[in-house]
Write a protein that binds this ligand. Structure first.
Ligand code: 5RP
Length: 227
């Protein structure tokens, strides 16, 4: 899995700290990305040691990793709620997030919002005073141009995300495209989130506003928990 930002030790400390919150009988939302992957592996080790948990994956990648780690999996419609979701972020400011670096933010948002407790795992490179990362917007392929025009009207600069290793665009697990939308510093994340959500053809955007319950920020030698 691709690693971005801070050190792997910092990501591991954050992921393992969140995995320590998993207790017997829980249904756990399994996030996507290199930091959440450490949490998934740690939950897998706990399952190996006898912990009875069920995972709900947020992407094809997290499902494959969870399978390798030996975590029993269910779909969201097969469980009675999610006790705890553990997921990464591309940027964090005042508890609000930009997500979707792995193009998984639509399913991540469904699972993370559904959870009784949503714990974000990150390294210090993700922390900011204000959100200013490009906001990933998953769009129906037929709506690519109309959504791009709406993003420009809202003051943004959209770029179709391209696949790194082959010609052509990134296609999400849901068969859609991703526009990475630069807005500069985002002063009012809730208002921008509402504007994007209201745009026809937008499947989901990567602004997670007021959703996180706590953030575990790992460093090379510890973890800080922000609530
Ligand atoms: C995927 C995500 C990831 O959680 C986000 O990109 C962080 O990834 P990483 O932990 O590898 O930096 O939102 O859609």
């Amino acid at each position: 899995m691709k690693t971005t930002g801070g050190s792997d030790a910092a990501k591991r400390n954050a992921g393992e700290s969140a995995a320590d919150l998993v207790t017997d009988g829980m249904v756990v939302g399994l996030g996507t990305g290199s930091t959440a992957a450490h949490a998934i592996r740690a939950v897998g080790r706990a399952v190996d040691s006898g912990l009875d948990v069920r995972g709900v994956a947020t992407s094809f990648a997290s499902r494959e990793l969870a399978r390798e780690a030996g975590i029993p999996l269910s779909d969201l419609d097969e469980v009675n709620g999610i006790d705890l979701a553990i997921d990464g972020a591309d940027q964090i400011a005042d508890g609000d997030l930009v997500k979707g670096g792995g193009a998984a933010h639509a399913r991540e948002k469904i699972v993370d919002v559904a959870a009784d407790r949503f714990v974000v795992v990150a390294d210090p490179s993700k922390e900011a005073d204000r959100l200013d990362r490009a906001v990933p917007v998953e769009v129906l392929p037929a709506a690519r141009e109309t959504v791009a025009a709406a993003v420009r009207s809202a003051g943004g600069d959209p770029t179709l995300r391209s696949a790194e290793r082959k010609d052509g665009p990134v296609v999400t697990d849901n068969g859609n495209l991703v526009l990475d939308c630069e807005f500069g510093p985002i002063d009012a994340p809730s208002a921008l989130a509402a504007t994007l959500s209201e745009t026809p053809g937008v499947v989901e955007h990567g602004l997670f506003v007021g959703v996180a319950d706590e953030v575990h920020v790992g460093t090379d030698d510890g973890v800080t928990v922000r609530e």
